[in-house]
Design a protein around this ligand. Structure first.
Ligand SMILES: *[C@@H]1O[C@H](CO)[C@@H](O)[C@H](O)[C@H]1NC(C)=O
Ligand SMILES: *[C@@H]1O[C@H](CO)[C@@H](O)[C@H](O)[C@H]1NC(C)=O
Length: 330
């Protein structure tokens, strides 16, 4: 009998262990898409908070206002190790959120939350690979009774959010390799092959990653700030996309090709070909906009040539003119 009682108590304890009081947190970031150091950024997000196996009644029993503390920051990994986080801040809950009562097994959404991440004096690293997660930790407020007996090992969740590198990128030279005389024909599509030399000063961050670049080419009537015609984005190979620019050094992106549609363009509209080099949408870097000393656009002088079709039209015209002249003379 004693043995049976022991077994029952043991089993009860075992069931308790299996279904321990616990919580789960899921975070969803709505904005921004990225973040940089040297400034403060408001991150808008929501959390789904779910208690299990009796945790709801423990948390509901804590007096309203000290039930939850929500901490957010930028982390090096989704393990959310607080020791290596930056910009950590406590998120203010509305009074309704602070007194929310929970139900076991049901997710309660705390929406429209804002974490003001102050990275003014923080350094996110040189290439956008150091802080790549925004993490949220939901705990009991230390001034309250706490969540006695609740397993809080899952009281954290992270969302991918990159603290990007800020690069003072310089597009140094644009070299047109084909047509190698730089003569651009109008009246049709014009295929152009070219290369671009890039650099970043030592004081800048670096460009590093597997999808670094977005590039466009156009023709213009000025080497900077002119009218843009035939703007075309350039397709890049994966090898070109992975070319890095380390701060203090330079890199070339070679074997670039584009076809500009010059069907309705006339020769008087351009004397330069220009390229703009930007971060790809998922790149871990941004162009430095404040106090930048370089330009991510570079132009080179080109000349306009009529296409074969136009030349033959002109040639035909000349023949006609000559024939008429000769006929008239005879
Ligand atoms: C925490 O989450 C993991 C992964 O979803 C799960 O396997 C584990 O059982 C959870 N722990 C608790 C205490 O809820
Ligand atoms: C690039 O930046 C890093 C970090 O800011 C710095 O330690 C390094 O010296 C810089 N590289 C060069 C070549 O100056």
């Amino acid at each position: 009998m004693a043995l049976l009682k022991f077994a029952v108590v043991f089993l009860a304890g075992f069931i308790q262990l299996c279904a321990s009081q616990s919580v789960d947190v899921e975070v969803t970031v709505s904005s921004p898409d990225d973040i940089v150091d040297g400034e403060s950024t408001d991150v808008s997000f929501s959390i789904d908070f779910t208690p299990f196996s009796g945790a709801a009644s423990v948390i509901n029993g804590v007096s309203s206002g000290t039930r939850y503390t929500v901490i957010a920051g930028m982390f090096t990994s989704d393990a959310a190790d607080v020791a290596s986080s930056i910009g950590g801040t406590e998120v203010t809950l509305t009074s309704a959120q602070a007194s929310t009562s929970l139900t076991d097994g049901t997710a309660t959404t705390f929406s429209s939350l804002t974490a003001s991440l102050d990275l003014t004096s923080e350094e996110c690293g040189n290439d956008g690979s150091d802080y790549t997660y925004f993490c949220v930790i939901v705990s009991p407020d230390s001034s309250g009774a706490g969540w006695s007996g609740v397993d809080t090992s899952n009281n954290t969740d992270c969302a991918a959010l990159v603290c990007k590198a800020v690069v003072d990128l310089s597009a140094d030279t644009l070299t047109i390799t084909n047509p190698d005389d730089g003569v651009i024909g109008v009246g049709a599509g014009q295929a152009i092959e070219f290369e671009v030399d890039l650099s970043a000063p030592a004081s800048s961050d670096s460009v590093s990653g597997v999808s670094n670049w977005a590039m466009s080419m156009w023709l213009s009537d000025a080497a900077s700030g002119g009218t843009v015609v035939a703007l075309t984005s350039v397709s890049l190979t994966s090898a070109q996309l992975t070319i890095d620019v380390t701060n203090g050094s330079s890199a070339d992106i070679d074997d670039l090709a584009v076809t500009l549609d010059l069907t309705d363009i006339t020769c008087d509209e351009f004397s330069y070909s220009c390229v703009s080099v930007e971060p790809a949408s998922g790149a871990a870097w941004k162009i430095q906009t404040t106090d930048a000393s370089n330009s991510n656009t570079v132009c080179t002088a080109v000349t306009c040539g009529a296409t074969i079709a136009q030349i033959s039209m002109v040639f035909l015209g000349l023949c006609f003119l000559l024939t008429s002249l000769l006929m008239n003379q005879s």
